[in-house]
Design a binder for this molecule. Structure first.
Ligand code: ADP
Ligand code: GN1
Ligand code: MG
Length: 364
């Protein structure tokens, strides 16, 4: 505890320290809510221990997020919005650094807690989900003229599904480091049966059919904050994977998480389906903000991108299970296997519903 307070003290927070506690439900970083008392009442901040097993170059990562957020602040001010609420506001350390390096080698960074906001792990209604689609679509639209080449790839090959299959999944199966392979033979075969479609989008990048844009790349519903009263989206968060990518990655990853009728951790597969109503709602929201810039190839692959991102995530959970849980936070030993099965159930459901999904997109 003393140690965490001494870390809080490294940042240029305003007021008198009140408390620090763990919060949030992300799979990667360790997140703390820090409260200070000021003359104008309480001021809350988010402080995070960055997962340095996942992010290998913290310097470049923090350069990316500072440059993206300061660019967004300029645009938000320009249209008369509230930059402290509509984008993350990072706080430097007292000696002016973008992050703090602890004596044990770990890294911390901080930003202002988005005032009066909440996040959701499941969308209560299609309207809530549609609103998150607008938020992620708007995020992409506002960054349309940001210099994509100035961004570092914080995790190389992040959404290159075929690369992950060949360089992470198959080697994990081959090595079987955890000795768990015999408990997931059917799931491994299931992933392998989809190998043929894994390179579809990356090969369309090579042919120039799909344009590289500045994208978020981790568009889970809980990576957007909603106003606690109006339930309108206020701010896109978790900017660690903002880097060059495809608009389709952002669309597909949102559907994977938010259009499922159950949570990502649900073990009862009979509850897991892709809701066409939620799919339609998100597509309407996302396309209303970002769609005007899309070319025909992007539009034609929206439905497929949902299947691909779900397949990729299922494969990543399975890879982590076989490797012995070294990447995602887990709460019990089979957690990653449960998540992998859950995602593969969704993949099959999307496969069956693909023509209906495509029809929905054509009608929007
Ligand atoms: P991770 O990479 O582990 O997913 P996130 O940056 O997404 O980390 O943060 C984890 C959770 O903490 C979020 O899902 C959200 O609930 C909460 N959170 C993060 N940043 C803020 C913020 N600025 N304001 C309010 N809540 C936040
Ligand atoms: C991770 O950090 P979080 O929980 O928002 C992961 C995503 C996965 C997601 C699965 C940097 O997202 O890629 O899709 O878990 N983020 C990273 O829930 O790997
Ligand atoms: Mg997150």
């Amino acid at each position: 505890m003393n140690d965490i307070i001494s870390i809080v003290n490294q940042f240029d927070f305003k007021g008198n320290f009140k408390e620090v506690k763990e919060f949030g439900s992300g799979h990667i970083n360790k997140t703390y809510l820090v409260t200070f008392e000021t003359e104008n009442g309480e001021q809350k901040y988010v402080m995070q221990k960055v997962n340095d097993n996942v992010f290998k170059n913290i310097d470049e990562l923090m350069r990316n997020v500072f440059s993206v957020t300061s660019y967004l602040r300029g645009i938000i001010k320009g249209y008369g919005g509230d930059p402290d609420r509509e984008t993350l506001h990072y706080i430097k350390t007292k000696d002016g650094h973008r992050f703090y390096t602890h004596s044990d080698g770990s890294f911390y960074r901080a930003y202002i807690f988005v005032r009066d906001s909440i996040s959701f792990n499941t969308a209560d209604s299609p309207e809530v989900f549609k609103s998150s689609g607008q938020a992620f679509g708007k995020f992409q639209r506002l960054l349309a003229d940001f210099d994509v080449d100035s961004l570092t790839e914080t995790i190389p090959h992040f959404h290159d599904t075929l690369w992950r299959y060949e360089n992470e999944f198959l080697p994990a199966v081959e090595k079987n480091l955890s000795g768990r392979l015999d408990t997931c033979i059917a799931e491994v075969e299931d992933v392998k049966s989809y190998a043929d479609c894994m390179g579809r989008l990356t090969s369309m990048i090579e042919t120039g059919e799909l344009p590289i844009r500045v994208t978020h790349n981790d568009t889970k519903l809980n990576n957007v904050m909603f106003d606690k009263d109006t339930k309108e989206c206020v701010c896109v968060i978790d900017l660690d994977t903002v880097m060059p990518g495809l608009a389709l990655y952002d669309f597909g990853d949102s559907i994977r998480f938010g259009a499922s009728t159950a949570s990502e951790d649900e073990a009862d597969l009979s509850k897991v389906e892709m809701s066409l109503d939620y799919f339609k709602a998100y597509a309407e929201g996302f396309l209303s903000e970002a769609g005007e810039a899309f070319n025909q190839a992007e539009k034609d692959n929206l439905a497929f991108s949902a299947l691909l991102m779900t397949l990729e995530c299922g494969m990543r959970f399975l890879t982590d299970y076989i490797n012995g849980d070294t990447y995602f936070k887990t709460a019990y030993p089979e957690h990653n296997l449960v998540r992998a099965r859950n995602q593969m159930k969704l993949v099959h459901d999307m496969d069956e519903k693909m023509s209906e999904m495509e029809e929905i997109i054509r009608n929007i």
